[in-house]
Structure formats: structure tokens, C-alpha cells
Design a binder for this molecule. Structure first.
Ligand SMILES: [Zn+2]
Length: 140
């Protein structure tokens, strides 16, 4: 079935780019590039299903575009994301993971110590990405 093939392709897409943060349009484009013709509704349904199943995390950017990224394998604290105000691309912070996790854990512990419960961290850093901050430095 077409939807099964599309669903496998979507999973493969996120598996191949573990740090990718993709919108529905990004996913649709990648599938088309692989010769898999899907309509927007099918892709939205698939992404929603994967999100509901805990496979993908969803975040909505400042432009109200939903983007998806692979959920943390252990269901633990998701790593912070960086979102560019200029082009709205999202980058998952992948470097210095240990230090970031330690910092996030400290934040969580502080809130827990204050008696707060059912904490859900969803950190996003906003700014301008390297390409938008200085386009000339990154022109091909
Ligand atoms: Zn940018």
C-alpha cells in the first residue's frame, strides 16, 4: 500500500537524519525526491500518528509551522532546539550533550526540590542562524 511505503520512507528519513527537525513540507519534498508521491494529508496523518506513538516530537515554531524531530530514545529530556527568527529552520543542539543534559537535570532537580511536579521541559533557543546573521560568509 502506498501509505505503508510512505510511512517506511518517513521513518527512514528521520533515522537517516537523527538531528533533523522537519516540517510536513520538508518531509513531502524528501519523499517526492525519492519518487514517492504522497499528498499533504497523508503526510500530516503519518506525522501525527508517529507523534501520537511517541516516535516523533512535535514543536510549533514562531510562524505556527509544526515541525517534527525524533523523540529521545529513552523518552528522557529532549535536547534544546535552536530556532532561527529569519528562516525558521530549527537545529537540534547536538554538541556537548553531556553538559547540556547535566544542565537540564540541574534545572529539573531545582524545580522538583521546590515541590513542582510533572515537569515537562521543552526548551527552544531563538535567534538568527549563521546563514541569516551573515549571508555573505555562507554563500556557496
Ligand atoms: Zn536562518
Amino acid at each position: 500500500m502506498r501509505s505503508t511505503r510512505a510511512s517506511q520512507a518517513v521513518l527512514a528519513l528521520f533515522a537517516a537524519q537523527p538531528d533533523a527537525v522537519l516540517s510536513e513540507a520538508d518531509v513531502e519534498r524528501s519523499l517526492l525526491a525519492q519518487g514517492i508521491v504522497v499528498n499533504r494529508v497523508t503526510v500530516y496523518r503519518l506525522l501525527n500518528k508517529l507523534h501520537a506513538g511517541g516516535v516523533l516530537q512535535r514543536s510549533v515554531d514562531a510562524g505556527r509551522v509544526a515541525r517534527y524531530l525524533r523523540a529521545a530514545a529513552d523518552g528522557g529530556t529532549p535536547l534544546p532546539r535552536f530556532e532561527c527568527d529569519g528562516c525558521h529552520q530549527q537545529i537540534r543542539l547536538a554538541g556537548h550533550q553531556d553538559q547540556l543534559q547535566t544542565a537540564l537535570q540541574a534545572l529539573r532537580q531545582e524545580l522538583q526540590a521546590a515541590g513542582h511536579a510533572e515537569l515537562r521541559l521543552d526548551l527552544a533557543v531563538r535567534g538568527r542562524c549563521a546563514g541569516c546573521a551573515d549571508p555573505s560568509a555562507h554563500a556557496a
